[in-house]
Design a protein around this ligand. Structure first.
Ligand code: IVH
Length: 683
């Protein structure tokens, strides 16, 4: 029966659209994948049997259609303009001043702004007629763009049909198409596995995917979308009015089931704008997508008309940009740096470039395989990325700009048969990515790095003992081992370059103050390979004294939770080394640590005896804060999931640990669940 089939088709579309909305827009799936697949298949079968019921906006059409020859041009009914940029508080204040002048506001009268992230993707416009998606286009030059309707149909977060009251006859919604970082990583990984070209960043990947003539390719790429404004609006039903503010417009779009920025907010005046900028900046690294700034819009739409446009940008809005995280520069040389454990890390020496808020002259190339994979050569133009506090890295080579003929590619074994610092042989063990200097602490480079690590905040925390000082101390032969630090005198230090009397005194005091640190810190400070902060804590707690730890053989070490054969062997080898025992004895004489745990396990806390593993990014707690909470409640924060794990606390972008937890059926909690657990409300 046709009528029955039609009713079921409509019902199925509603169910599938609902599931898509919950999954792709709200990020809160409501039905299992298998059920979703069943509904979709049922709809496909019905549409195949009743071709007259098929519509371009059916959820079955999101998989892409046959390739186009080229894109049609689309003239935008309302131009898609761009925003002026501000790069400093002064420029933001100047923008606010111009707005207040334009609106003839008093000195004290603050302007209300709607604020949101500036998504780093591509601007598009979506045209709906009578509630149905009819056309989607790129921004192009702002007046004419390209018709990418077929491609946009594959973006699950974009509604194909608008439901609800008050939908105008013509509605254009504007926003940004982007690729989530995790989808970008997955895409690049797949390309690498197949030996294909990778994309430099999510924005390029989104652009490349949106401009595919074959929409089936776009469908396989998983693009996302966020709406941030309106274009043409016509034929509003009688009795209906458009919202009077930008923030209410966003709420309306959200009600129409468009994805809108979850961080959007309404603030007052420059102080409100700056507070939002700082707050958004702090969360930038943990967002699932790239943003390159914040956008500020005068909230009252009537004011937009009063303010108008200058050239091609509105006076009522501005983009406040974060310093760029990626820039182009050239590779002047490829050197290696010798690290604390003797690892030779290839480093690109760069033509200085301002990126991520600082001038960068070096970028890590991680290891030899990575240099080969990226095929970085001296003279190449490269993309450098510096995000947050992360060490700058070479993202990729701009091959189009490579000079010919090319210099040979990097070959560690040929270039560095011996350590460039001490001349000892370099080896690369089977199955390891790193090449290493074999000279241990006799190598000055390793010695320096070992000292920097020893003094670092999470180790012995010697304030004021930075890289430059360590360099001088080692080069002048004043310090060979960490134990020598405790013998340094005020006159010796005051003699160093750029060392004032006062700073020398402070440093002597800081070194003295580092005496008597808890055993766990001291063990971490020793810089034993594979012994990070957590393992050091575990060892200190398990053995209670350095003598007991040093006396432990591999079997005894394996009894420590989370210590496996590789770690146990590394610890045993470290303490077997005569040189290390001598240094430790000297440190003992200097009183560098005290035995026992400084912070004994809380025996009675709600997590007493429990082992927890943290993974992914929690919405409000940092990794350190969560760890501190676990320990304060008597629990232990372990590094990996095993059968002994009681809970896994998972945040955004959790990876293999979460999978392992599910495999071992360990209870997984989110941050809210974790808080309940801490309060003893879960059991
Ligand atoms: S509003 C009249 N809001 O930035 C201009 N744009 O330079 C209306 N963008 O082409 C643009 N996030 O691609 C606006 N929250 C946001 C945005 C945003 C990213 C992009 C957009 C536009 C460019 C303007």
């Amino acid at each position: 029966m046709r009528g029955e089939a039609e009713a079921r088709v409509l019902e199925l579309r509603a169910l599938i659209d609902e599931a898509n909305y919950n999954y792709y827009v709200l990020d809160a799936p409501t039905i299992p994948d298998a059920e979703y697949d069943r509904l979709l298949r049922e709809l496909q079968v019905l549409e195949a049997n009743h071709p007259e019921l098929l519509t371009p906006n059916s959820p079955t059409q999101r998989v892409g259609a046959s390739p186009l020859k080229d894109f049609q041009q689309v003239t935008h009914a309302v131009p898609m303009l761009s925003l002026n940029n501000a790069f400093s508080e002064a420029e933001v204040a100047a923008f606010d001043r111009r707005v207040r002048e334009g609106l003839e506001k008093d000195e004290q009268d603050e302007v209300e702004y709607a604020v949101e992230p500036k998504f780093d993707g591509l601007a598009i416009t979506l045209r709906y007629e009578d509630g149905a998606f009819v056309q989607g286009a790129t921004r192009g030059d702002g007046y004419t763009g390209e018709d990418v309707t077929a491609n946009l149909r594959t973006v699950r977060a974009i509604p194909m049909v608008l439901a609800g009251e008050g939908v105008p006859r013509v509605l254009e919604v504007r926003g940004e198409v982007l690729m989530l970082r995790r989808d970008f990583e997955r895409l690049n990984q797949a390309a690498r596995d197949k030996g294909e070209k990778t994309f430099a960043n999510p924005r390029n990947a989104a652009a490349g995917s949106l401009r595919q003539l074959d929409s089936r390719i776009t469908a396989s790429r998983r693009l996302s979308f966020f709406a941030y404004g309106l274009g043409q609006v016509e034929g509003l039903p009688p009795e209906e009015a458009l919202p009077a503010t930008h923030s209410a417009t966003m709420d309306w779009l959200a009600a129409l089931r468009f994805p809108v920025a979850p961080q959007r907010r309404v603030v007052q005046g420059v102080a409100g704008l700056m507070a939002f900028f700082t707050e958004l900046g702090a969360s930038r690294e943990t967002l699932p997508y790239d943003i390159d700034g914040a956008v500020y819009k005068v909230n009252r739409l009537a004011d937009h008309e009063r303010l108008g446009f200058v050239a091609r940008a509105p006076r009522f809005a501005i983009a406040h940009k974060y310093p760029a995280q990626e820039e182009l520069t050239t590779v002047e040389a490829i050197d290696v740096q010798v690290g604390r454990t003797g690892t030779l890390t290839p480093v690109a020496r760069l033509k200085p470039v301002f990126v991520g808020g600082v001038t960068v002259t070096n970028a890590t190339l991680h290891n030899e395989d990575e240099v080969r994979r990226k095929d970085v050569r001296v003279g190449d133009t490269v993309i450098i990325r510096r995000a947050g506090d992360v060490i700058p890295e070479v993202v990729s080579v701009v091959l189009e700009r490579r000079l010919c003929p090319t210099p040979p590619s990097f070959d560690m074994a040929k270039l560095y048969p011996v350590c460039p610092v001490c001349g000892a042989p370099v080896i690369r063990l089977e199955g390891e990515a790193a090449a290493r200097c074999t000279n241990g602490l006799a190598c000055p480079a390793q010695r320096k790095e070992a000292l920097i690590h020893f003094a670092s905040r999470r180790a012995m925390d010697i304030d004021g003992l930075g890289d430059k000082l360590v360099e001088q101390l080692v080069d002048k032969g004043l310090v060979h081992t960490p134990a020598d630090l405790y013998g340094l005198t005020h006159p010796q230090l005051a003699d160093l370059e750029r060392m004032a009397d006062k700073s020398a005194a402070n440093l002597v005091a800081a070194i003295a103050a580092s005496r008597g640190r808890p055993l766990a810190r001291f063990v971490f400070a020793l810089g034993i390979r594979h012994v990070g902060e957590q393992t050091a804590k575990d060892l200190a707690r398990h053995f209670g004294s350095l003598d007991a730890l040093m006396a432990a053989d591999e079997a005894a070490l394996l009894a420590v939770p989370d210590v496996g054969p590789v770690v146990a062997a590394s610890i045993a080898a470290f303490f077997a080394e005569a040189h290390n025992r001598t240094v430790i004895e000297a440190l003992r004489q200097a009183g560098a640590w005290q035995d026992g745990e400084a912070r004994p396990a809380v025996a009675a806390g709600p997590l007493a005896g429990k082992t927890l593993v943290l993974t992914g990014t929690l919405p409000t707690l940092s990794r350190d804060e969560a760890k501190a909470l676990i320990e304060a409640a008597g629990g232990k924060a372990a590094g990996s999931v095993s059968k002994k794990t009681d809970y896994v606390i998972a945040g955004a972008d959790a990876g293999s640990k979460l999978a392992k937890a599910q495999e071992l059926q360990v209870t997984v909690l989110d941050e809210a669940g974790f808080m309940q657990l801490l309060k003893g409300e879960l059991n």
